[in-house]
Design a protein around this ligand. Structure first.
Ligand code: 5GP
Ligand code: MN
Length: 344
């Protein structure tokens, strides 16, 4: 038996909101990751079984290693279909916002969603949910939004409506938001849910291969380049930093998602508990932060990089040069020394 994490009152409200409507828009954050796609597509599959008219709209394209996901071919990218997406958002009867806490995480889509007359239901696991939603299913202690979608569907009495496609999406989100169950994944119930998903036919090993063993030669070379030439280690702070300039990205024919997961790699070095990755985009520096143990990656993201996230996985951005971002990071490192765990 899985414990009843989500409030009964919320379950009733969500069920009632879905029951009365057909046109349902599901949105997620910019740069959708495995959990963003897993949760939105799982909900989409569920609503499809109820003969609703759901549509998933993303503010920017999801990475190539997720194109195999069932339903991915029906996802609308706001960057390419703005007019159609704006119409769908404006005429929706209900909008689900999944896997983000602040409306600004939808970037160019934010205004359209906020101004839409439809009631909004947030389902998310980030701290400090914004107040843009009418119903907020916010549980930061749950390791993925996809797991929350599983819990939500079950609690609405619809476990039987979770088909294989839906189960595969849920599994993908649970797997990717825990780095293949290597962090933030000590809750027993994660594995009870996985057992249920496997019973539904999910091939977890195949999903692992489809997500993680699909590097292009360019992406693989970019990773080698990062580790060989671009990684700086700060042993006294148990930290590492990898940076990539726009020019370097171009040299390696960078496409969306090519640097995904690189930030985790330095954590495999003995004595490193904090890893930061900075990527120079056309108009900003995108920063990813990862930690292990109790070191608060989200605090650093909030303090230095206008961001946030979870204790061990956070992100942010700076409108500055890459050199300025590096300088800011290096100057601040000593301030976080007290957060480092002492060697056992
Ligand atoms: P990633 O490094 O994979 O882009 O992001 C890791 C986590 O950090 C995300 O799941 C999200 O919680 C958080 N995050 C990433 N970028 C931002 C950002 O710009 N602002 C905030 N508040 N959180 C972010
Ligand atoms: Mn997530």
């Amino acid at each position: 038996m899985i414990s009843k994490i989500i409030d009964e009152d919320l379950i009733t409200k969500v069920k009632k909101a879905i029951d009365g409507v057909d046109k349902i828009v599901i949105v997620t954050h910019v740069g959708p990751d495995g959990d963003a796609m897993g949760s939105t597509l799982a909900l989409w599959h569920y609503l499809m079984t109820m003969e609703k008219e759901p549509v998933v709209i993303v503010p920017s394209m999801f990475p190539n290693f997720l194109v195999w996901m069932p339903g991915a071919e029906c996802v609308l990218n706001y960057e390419n279909y703005k007019e159609k997406a704006d119409d769908l958002i404006a005429s929706a009867e209900l909008i689900f916002t999944l896997d983000f806490n602040q409306a600004s995480r939808m970037e160019k889509m934010t205004v359209a969603v906020i101004n839409a007359p439809a009631p909004k239901i947030l389902v998310d696991h980030h701290l400090h949910p914004g107040d843009f939603a009418n119903i907020a299913v916010s549980y930061p202690e749950i390791s993925s939004t996809s797991e929350l979608i599983f819990r939500l569907i079950c609690r609405m009495g619809d476990f039987s409506k979770i088909n294989l496609a839906c189960a595969e999406c849920i599994y993908t989100g649970m797997m990717t938001d825990t780095g293949g169950f290597t962090y933030n994944s000590n809750s027993q119930e994660i594995y009870i849910i996985i057992a249920e998903l496997i019973k539904l036919g999910v091939d977890k090993d195949a999903i692992y291969r489809k997500v993680y063993n699909t590097f292009s030669p360019d992406r693989f070379r970019l990773m080698g380049f990062c580790l060989y030439k671009k990684m700086k280690v700060y042993p006294e702070y148990r930290a590492a930093l990898i940076t990539l300039t726009g020019k370097e990205l171009y040299q390696f024919n960078y496409t969306n998602g090519d640097a995904e997961g690189f930030v985790n790699i330095p954590l495999s070095i003995e004595g490193i508990d904090f890893s930061v990755f900075m990527r120079e985009d056309t108009d900003k520096i995108k920063i990813s932060l990862r930690s292990q143990g109790t070191f608060p990656a989200n605090k650093v993201a909030a303090d230095l990089f206008n961001g946030g996230g979870h204790l061990n996985a956070a992100g942010g951005e700076l409108y500055s040069t890459l050199a300025e971002a590096v300088k800011k990071f290096e100057e601040a490192l000593p301030d976080y020394k007290d957060f480092l765990e002492t060697e056992e």
